[in-house]
Design a protein around this ligand. Structure first.
Ligand SMILES: Cc1cc2nc3c(=O)[nH]c(=O)nc-3n(C[C@H](O)[C@H](O)[C@H](O)COP(=O)(O)OP(=O)(O)OC[C@H]3O[C@@H](n4cnc5c(N)ncnc54)[C@H](O)[C@@H]3O)c2cc1C
Length: 371
């Protein structure tokens, strides 16, 4: 008999959502986390936006899980008292040439089942007088959530159902056995081995490497990750009150664009930008040298914010399947029986909207692991 029926690798929002959902069905579920505590990587270094689901191609996992995840997230926030707010958001065209892209976004969003309203320049001004816009889209179901509040609540639910979180426990080996898997885990006390009937790989930035531990070639499988760093600058003055909702530019194929993020504490930040990190170095410092370039992007949206109003804030790193120059790549959520690895589920490329989608992704993992 294996030590545990199910091991989840990684205690970010994806792993914790899976643990909370599956703990009742898999008594003694174990979550392995290499850091001192849960949720210190992508899941706590993001915009904390509950995305509506307007950006993603129809039928993609990102579209489906974002829309379903948003609904589950708001329900869970209400049920468990997790701090959140339905702020709404506007996407603005700052010049006329961007209007066709705004209309394409409107069509795509409505196709995904998202409630959207087309706004004239005057309507944008009425909602957000300090924003430069020739036209806009209002998404009233977009909001913000405390990522830590969500993860703490998910961990509590998982623990309440008997799950165990083992921190400072890094998975370094994953071998198929007759029934299940043998996991080699590096801990401060040395290396340990545990056996598990099933394994969910929710290792974020390292999920391609964890899949490789099980013998999956990251290139042949299409699981190779590319790290993209995103930095934020905070508005450190009274100008933090210039906006009352989230404000985004028309997106580019590479990212959603530097946008205005409101914190639940009333703080206003702008970000994230997107820089490829080819050497895959985990460096969360924000380079103050980017301030002028950042300021220029910010003023395209809010002309009254000067470079001096901006101070370096946090940075996060996206775990993307998309290489530089590549087009859209979807989430991977795959049970690997087809590769001779039954009971192994890989969650790879869980970049944005992964926070919003987490509870829906957990439902998908649940369906992939029948009793
Ligand atoms: C800058 C930025 C902005 C974003 N904005 C938004 C947003 O506004 N809305 C939204 O919906 N999404 C957003 N996202 C995406 C969202 O943050 C991610 O999709 C989500 O947090 C991914 O969660 P995760 O659990 O997969 O990864 P992580 O939170 O990175 O968790 C993975 C965990 O696995 C652990 N781990 C790795 N390897 C091992 C190992 N070998 N053994 C044990 N543990 C291991 C890590 O230490 C880590 O704790 C943003 C992301 C970034 C970076």
């Amino acid at each position: 008999m294996a030590d545990t029926p199910l091991t989840v690798v990684g205690a970010g929002v994806a792993g914790l959502a899976v643990a909370a959902r599956l703990a009742p069905r898999f008594p003694g579920l174990v979550v392995l986390e290499r850091r001192d505590r849960h949720g210190t990587e992508a899941s706590s270094r993001n915009s904390e936006v509950v995305h509506a689901g307007l950006y993603y191609p129809a039928g993609s996992l990102k579209a489906v899980h974002c829309v379903r995840g948003k609904q589950l997230l708001y329900e869970t926030c209400e049920r468990l008292g997790i701090p959140h707010r339905r702020t709404g958001k506007i996407v603005v065209a700052t010049e006329e040439g961007e209007e066709p892209e705004l209309d394409a976004l409107l069509e795509r969003g409505r196709g995904n089942g998202v409630e959207l309203e087309r706004l004239t320049a005057a309507q944008c001004r009425r909602l957000e007088p300090n924003v430069r816009a020739v036209a806009g889209l209002l998404s009233s179901s977009t909001g913000i959530v405390s990522a830590h509040g969500l993860m703490d609540a998910l961990l509590q639910e998982a623990r309440g159902a008997g799950a165990l979180l083992q921190t400072r426990a890094e998975l370094v080996g994953l071998d198929r056995r007759d029934r299940g898997y043998r996991l080699t885990v590096r801990t401060p006390g040395g290396t340990e081995a545990i056996t598990s009937e099933r394994v969910v790989n929710a290792a974020g930035l390292e999920s391609d490497r964890v899949a490789a531990l099980a013998g999956i070639d990251p290139d042949a499988s299409g699981y190779r990750l590319h790290w993209w760093k995103g930095s934020y600058f905070a508005v450190a003055s009274a100008k933090a009150r210039l906006l009352s909702r989230l404000v985004y530019p028309v997106p580019t194929p590479v990212h959603l664009g530097i946008h205005a993020v409101l914190g639940l504490d009333g703080r206003l930040r702008f970000g994230p930008d997107a820089h490829h990190v080819p050497e895959r170095r985990l460096d969360f410092t924000v380079d103050d040298g980017r301030r002028a370039a950042f300021g220029a992007d910010v003023r395209r949206l809010v002309p009254d914010i000067a470079d001096d109003d901006l101070t370096p804030d946090l940075a996060g790193i996206r775990a993307r399947l998309q290489a530089p120059g590549e087009g859209f790549r979807d989430f991977v959520v795959a049970e690997e029986s087809g590769r001779g690895l039954p009971g192994l589920v890989n969650m790879v490329g869980i970049d944005s909207p992964g926070l919003t989608s987490s509870l829906s992704l957990a439902e998908a993992v649940d369906r992939l692991l029948p009793a």
